[in-house]
Design a binder for this molecule. Structure first.
Ligand code: BTN
Length: 328
């Protein structure tokens, strides 16, 4: 696309470049250059222009487009990264792509979800221009029984990405919520499809929702006590494309190490975990049972002890840590 090519030149030049030079580099007319500049300005790119000097790229908007992701990821990787302005759910969209033969590692990223899904049938608030809603398709040669730990691996992978960009690590609340200052900034929803004849995993969809730029006022009343964003907690405003690209890199690394790097991911998970030692309530169906989190086992399960001396090892499910949210 001419727009992408013109933007690439403006980025490379890091200063003024004449319309004539752009048109000769790309072999297009001056009118086509002007049209591309207009399109970019309409998208929010600040493009300064000066007589006899040409154009110069100023402020770049915080977009989650292929063009912006491509600044941080190689062109080869971008061939299986699909960026969308709005979608009901990136997990739904990539599931359709999976059934149409999308490759292992396919990524879908959206700037907004109108039907974002969370765990246990909940909705995941996905307002536009502030978060990252990202799904990856994974086609491992694994049995379904090997897969539950992938959610915990993903929590570590996302935390690695956050550390690479912001220099901080979040706490992980078992099994896969990332928290900053006692509030949630990331949720992960993993969905698996099993081949009925062989019983093998057909594919796994890993969906990640990151609150990046929301202010407290942006969350609905019932979430204000529970959710926050990375910008609200750190004061750092990072380009979402940079963070999204780092998440893609970390997910690629995770895929390449699956399933042999369990020890590394377990060590990181235990170091980031904030659940062990806490008083919690184990939620199963409609039942809620108070207990204490005792340990993360070698397969990322949670060992819980109850007041009557009994105990349980939870390999999936949900716990709520008493007094966790809003305690600041
Ligand atoms: C949770 O915290 O309950 C999990 C939230 C997972 C949200 C992500 S956003 C990208 C992907 N698409 C969805 O509809 N859900 C996941």
């Amino acid at each position: 696309m001419t727009r992408d090519a013109v933007l690439a030149i403006l980025r490379q030049e890091m200063g003024y470049v004449s319309g004539e030079r752009i048109s000769s580099l790309l072999g297009i007319s001056r009118t086509a250059v002007n049209t591309a500049v207009k399109t970019l300005r309409a998208e929010g790119y600040e493009i300064l222009s000066a007589t006899n000097r040409g154009y110069c790229l100023g402020q770049v908007p915080d977009l989650l487009t292929a063009g912006e992701l491509g600044v941080y990821l190689p062109a080869e990787r971008m061939t299986s990264v699909h960026c969308m302005e709005s979608v009901d759910s990136t997990n739904n969209y990539i599931r359709d792509m999976a059934f149409h033969g999308a490759p292992d590692g396919q990524i879908v990223i959206a700037n907004e979800q109108t039907g974002g899904r969370g765990r246990r049938g909940r909705t995941f608030e996905s307002p536009k221009d502030s978060g990252i809603y990202l799904s990856m398709l994974f086609r491992p040669q694994s049995l379904p029984s090997d897969m539950p730990v992938i959610t915990a691996w993903t929590a570590v992978a996302v935390n690695n990405a956050i550390e690479a960009v912001y220099g901080i690590r979040c706490g992980i609340k078992w099994v896969n919520d990332l928290l900053l200052n006692h509030r949630k900034i990331c949720g992960i929803l993993t969905e698996m499809s099993i081949e009925s004849e062989s019983g093998h995993v057909e594919h796994v969809i890993i969906g990640i929702g990151l609150n990046v730029k929301e202010a407290s006022a942006d969350f609905p009343e019932e979430l204000k006590r529970i959710a926050t964003s990375i910008a609200a907690e750190t004061g750092q405003s990072v380009r979402r494309a940079q963070l999204a690209a780092e998440v893609v890199k970390q997910l690629d690394r995770m895929r390449s190490m699956w399933p042999h790097a369990g020890a590394e991911y377990l060590k990181a998970y235990r170091a980031d975990d904030i659940t062990v030692g806490q008083e919690l309530t184990v939620v199963s169906g409609t039942e809620e049972k108070p207990g204490t989190a005792l340990a993360i086992t070698d397969d990322f399960a949670l060992r819980v002890g109850y007041a009557d001396g009994s105990g349980e090892v939870l390999s999936s499910g949900e716990v709520s840590i008493r007094g966790l949210y809003g305690s600041r």
